[in-house]
Design a binder for this molecule. Structure first.
Ligand SMILES: [Zn+2]
Length: 179
């Protein structure tokens, strides 16, 4: 690792810790030549992460596509694109942090909804309507009623959601979110 100041190749590590998001190791180094300090990041080389769809097909996790779905759901809502990008980043980091090679699409959708819900109720309902493929207006009503009964801020955003088994809108939802 060449020193960025004097190009001397020898340095010693003076501090080593996980980065804030946990997906990299941050090392503080001191050049043995000039004594200046600099920072390096060590990351795991990205391995493909496969998203397994309901019908069993798999496709590679696509950050851009996920962001596109969020952008659509947030049309004309007062949400900064940076907030949506943060959601996508947050989800990708959480998934890659598990060191698994595949994840069910349903779970990715639930992760999005959990975060979107605390950000904007309308965007959440829109996303849910596309993602859960509401079969009829009853399903949408159940989702909206649930939002009204549990508005954002009434529970921590990261708390696992407990749904009554057999609830009308929860038939296809995993109950172990957050574990
Ligand atoms: Zn140096």
């Amino acid at each position: 690792m060449k020193c960025p100041y004097c190009s001397q190749p020898e340095s010693k590590v003076v501090d080593s810790r996980d980065s804030e998001t946990g997906e990299a190791i941050r090392r503080r180094r001191e050049c043995l030549g000039c004594g200046k300090r600099f920072t390096t990041y060590e990351r795991v080389e990205a391995v493909p992460l496969w998203v397994v769809k309901k019908d069993g097909r798999r496709e590679e996790f696509n950050r851009r596509k996920l962001l596109g779905g969020l952008v659509n759901a947030s049309t004309k809502r007062d949400i900064a694109s940076a907030q949506l990008e943060t959601i996508v980043e947050d989800i990708e980091n959480a998934l890659r942090g598990r060191n698994v090679t595949e994840v069910r699409s349903r779970e990715v959708g639930e992760m999005v909804m959990q975060r979107l819900r605390s950000l904007d109720e309308i965007a959440y309902v829109r996303f849910a309507s596309v993602y859960r493929s509401f079969r009829d207006v009853e399903q949408m009503r159940a989702t909206i009623e649930d939002v009204l009964a549990n508005p954002p801020g009434t529970r921590p955003p990261d708390a696992p959601r407990r749904r009554r088994r057999g609830a009308d809108d929860g038939r296809e939802l995993p109950l172990d979110m957050g574990k």
